[in-house]
Design a protein around this ligand. Structure first.
Ligand code: LLP
Length: 432
């Protein structure tokens, strides 16, 4: 039986399998914590967008911050996607995975001159400029290289995406984009600068959005602007509506990508923009439900107020619960027939903080040594993982029907120590 919202995940003979591979077998072979991704799920998520865009001129740019592992990027590069990047590091990763530079767009409020220079040298498709000050700097960097930088201005449309405040980005109080009221003046300024070439307009209102209304409102707000900018004699080639579509973590019911886009396209058609070049920057909705994190139960610890299920994954591997009180479904990798009854546990990691929890009040029937699968772990888990408590980063597998590829080996202690040095005490002791 397949699990709702997780088409590649199913119990087969009581063993939880991804693309037919039993997670317990993979854990025996590769250890835990272990991230396991399904290529078929990623491509199915991409196909939902592609179905929505049949007959349109669209560039899908995977927002690689969701999961920037090379093997994952390679899947999307091969499928023809571009990439939405936010740093020089992401640019290097995208290129290493085979991205076409002209399909790369560069977002972010704090691009450095060095990052701009590198992006211009390789010939990226567009800079999504986020402030009036950035426009001046990008212009000067481009002129110093004898180039023109293709730009979109990221507009802050002041639309409430109705999501967690830390991942709302299109409200007046957020640091992102240029205020709606300043947009026309900013386009006029950019138009006058020799180092810039205006190619589009951009927005991104937030993440884990589960309703259509904020997107539809954004279309209206953006088109008003496009009309006024074009009336002022500045042509806009492409319209970029960002990413943000949510996934099902806990019974959430976001619209399917194709349903959302058929409604957005209806609005665009109604106002005569349906045949414009469109861009989108989805991250989570392409990878989130394609990944699980397998973790081993270390100890069961009955408490006075709570029972704890202590596992070997922690907030350094799965930071979303600690950061956003986020919910991940947690299920056993094998359905055992135990004599004892199930218990309600807080599932927690070994990190020395009470914030290190992965799931609260979960009914589970497990014993130490057995394993749990933390679902919806394909997005913003490994990409936000850290070495807190000197814990090595987990390994990652990409499953492609019968093939299992190790796309990241488990980090070693040597990997962690590589960038550091002891102080040379002979120099430290010398007077200045
Ligand atoms: N475009 C821009 C400019 C963005 O800032 C983001 C995400 C995206 C696209 C992709 O959004 P998505 O389709 O993935 O929702 N760490 C948080 C999510 C942070 C999202 C940041 N920006 C979490 O775990 O919920």
């Amino acid at each position: 039986m397949n699990l709702p919202g997780h088409p590649q995940l199913a119990y087969v003979d009581n063993l939880l399998c991804v693309e037919g591979h039993a997670l317990d077998d993979l854990a025996n072979q590769h250890g835990t914590p272990l991230f396991v991704y399904s290529k078929a799920s990623m491509l199915a998520a991409l196909a939902a967008y592609q179905r929505g865009f049949v007959g349109r001129h669209v560039q899908i740019c995977y927002a690689m911050k969701a999961n920037p592992s090379l093997g994952v990027l390679q899947v999307f590069a091969k499928a023809g996607c571009g990439f939405d990047i936010v740093s020089g590091g992401e640019l290097a990763r995208a290129l290493a995975a085979g991205a076409a530079p002209e399909k790369i767009i560069f977002s972010g409020v704090g691009k450095t001159r060095m990052e701009m220079q590198r992006a211009l040298e390789v010939g990226i498709g567009c800079f999504n400029v986020e402030s009036e000050a950035e426009i001046e700097v990008l212009n000067s960097v481009a002129l110093s290289l004898g180039k023109r930088a293709p730009i979109s201005i990221r507009v802050n449309p002041n639309v409430d995406p109705k999501t967690h405040p830390y991942i709302s980005t299109g409200l007046k109080g957020n640091k992102f984009g240029i205020a709606h009221d300043r947009t026309l003046a900013t386009y006029q300024r950019a138009h006058a600068l020799a180092g810039l070439e205006i190619v589009g307009i951009d927005c991104h209102i937030g993440s884990q959005i589960t309703e259509e209304a904020p997107y539809l409102e954004t279309v209206d707000r953006m088109l008003e602007l496009v009309e006024s900018i074009e009336l002022a004699g500045i042509a806009i080639e492409h319209l970029d509506f960002g990413g943000g579509l949510g996934i099902n973590y806990n019974g959430d019911s976001p619209p399917a990508a194709e349903t959302l886009w058929s409604k957005m396209l209806q609005r665009l058609d109604a106002r005569g923009f349906g045949q414009r070049k469109l861009m989108i920057e989805p991250g989570r909705s392409l990878v989130g439900n394609a990944g699980v994190c397998v973790t081993e139960v270390l100890y069961l610890k009955p408490g006075e107020q709570k029972n704890f299920c202590i596992v070997d994954a922690a907030m350094n591997d799965l930071p979303r619960p600690a950061m956003y009180q986020a919910f991940h479904t947690i299920i056993p990798t094998a359905r055992h027939q135990h004599a004892e009854a199930s218990q309600v546990y807080d599932v927690v990691g070994p990190v020395c903080e009470s914030g290190d929890w992965i799931g609260r009040e979960r009914r589970l029937l497990v014993r130490p040594g057995e394993r749990l699968a933390v679902l919806s772990a394909g997005a913003y888990c490994m990409s936000m993982a850290s070495n807190y408590n000197a814990r090595p980063r987990a390994a990652e597998l990409l499953l492609d029907s019968e093939h299992c590829h190790v796309i990241r080996r488990r980090e070693t202690i040597d990997d962690q120590l590589r960038c550091e040095a002891l102080v040379d005490e002979t120099t430290a002791a010398a007077p200045r």
